[in-house]
Design a protein around this ligand. Structure first.
Ligand code: NAD
Ligand code: LMR
Length: 342
């Protein structure tokens, strides 16, 4: 009797396990650069999403072990590994969201633009494969310099005749995550309530937090505004220096990228109330790409949120004008690179 009851308990548990392994949704997500500092924790976080049925992990090396390890988590998605250019096409076939954290990170003393020479061609080649194999996918670009890699991706997609500006995103979620954290700390606010819009781009002064538009409404002294703005703009460098040569932000980036993936999947799943910030093709300013809050839907960006740029303080207006030449130069550098290669 004991054996019988044990057997039935085991069978029941087995049924439960099988049930919990059944995917609830059918979205397929690929991470390109999955064995890296961002790729690994990002893959772990999105392995926990109930909206993912298949998680495809791609890298040029070391991805087999990462995938074997992750595949033992009893969360719904099936994990598959893909190594090297010859397996990239099969990694991308049928994928709904492609996240790209492939490329080299900064060391102390470097700017993000110093990564251009290596990362520009990595992004160009990966996006070429995306265009060939899953042209309708949302593309999340994390690789720096984002201010140039997103325009490169756009040019590649145009050259391939599959550019949909609503589906190409430079991931700037980490700037918002940092702004929310630093403001909440400074003003002793409940973190969950704080939302600071961050606009512009993703490097130095092109990162512009709009502290006057913080929700809930907060009063800052001029000194606090200056100090918080500079800290948010230099937060990446703060981590690069603390890591002292071992790379840049990986864990907070993985957290931020996972949030952006989850928001994209909710939008793809038909949730009508999804807002995130991203560096996208934009008509909010005279620059062709600009980071702002966007409303996401099944087809990507549904609307940009222009109200964030209205009624800026004098400080913010000046900072906006000051960032434009640098951001424009980075955008043009990316476009010129991609056009020269065509
Ligand atoms: P990392 O060196 O730890 O990992 C990068 C991974 O990319 C490695 O596993 C490497 O093998 C892989 N890779 C290199 N070339 C590849 C290719 N052609 N195809 C596929 N994979 C390839 O670096 P990391 O710390 O994960 O950072 C990755 C990138 O993300 C850097 O460019 C960094 O500057 C950027 N980043 C952006 C943000 C942001 O807010 N957007 C934040 C942090 C880091
Ligand atoms: C960041 O903001 O942390 C990333 O862009 C990485 C970096 O080089 O600072």
């Amino acid at each position: 009797a004991l054996r019988a009851s044990f057997a039935s308990k085991a069978q029941k548990e087995n049924r439960n396990i099988q049930y919990s392994l059944q995917p609830q949704a059918t979205f397929k997500v690929a991470v390109l650069g999955a064995a890296g500092g961002i790729g690994q924790p990002l893959s772990l976080l999105i392995k926990m999403s109930p909206l993912i049925s298949d998680l495809h992990l791609y890298d040029i090396a070391n991805v087999k072990g990462v995938a074997a390890d992750l595949s033992h988590c009893n969360t719904p998605s099936r994990v598959k590994d893909f190594t090297g250019a010859s397996e990239l096409a099969s990694c991308l076939k049928g994928v709904d969201v492609v996240v790209i954290p492939a490329g080299v990170p900064r060391k102390p003393g470097m700017t993000r633009d110093d990564l251009f020479n290596i990362n520009a061609s990595i992004v160009r080649d990966l996006v070429t494969a995306v265009a060939d194999n899953c042209p309708g996918a949302f593309i999340h670009i994390i690789s720096n310099p984002v201010n140039s890699t997103v325009p490169i991706a756009a040019e590649v997609l145009k050259q391939k005749g599959v550019y949909d500006p609503s589906k190409l995103f430079g991931v700037t979620t980490l700037d918002v995550v940092r702004a929310n954290t630093f403001v909440a700390q400074k003003k002793n606010l409940k973190l969950i309530d704080v939302d600071v819009p961050v606009i512009g781009g993703h490097a130095g002064i092109t990162i512009l937090p709009l502290l006057s538009k913080t929700r809930p409404s907060v009063n800052f002294s001029d000194e606090e505004i200056e100090q918080l703005t500079v800290r948010i703009q230099n937060a990446g460098t703060e981590v690069v220096e603390a890591k002292a040569g071992a790379g840049s932000a990986t864990l907070s980036m993985a957290y931020a990228a996972a949030r952006f993936v989850e928001s994209s999947l909710r939008a793809l799943d038909g949730d009508a109330d999804v807002y995130e910030s991203a560096f996208v093709q934009s008509n909010l300013t005279d620059l062709p790409f600009f980071a702002s809050r966007v409303k996401l839907g099944r087809n990507g960006v549904e609307t940009l949120i222009p109200s964030d740029l209205q009624g800026l303080t004098e400080y913010e207006q000046k900072a906006l004008e000051a960032l434009k030449p640098e951001l424009n130069a980075s955008i043009e550098k990316g476009i010129a690179f991609a056009q020269k290669q065509a």
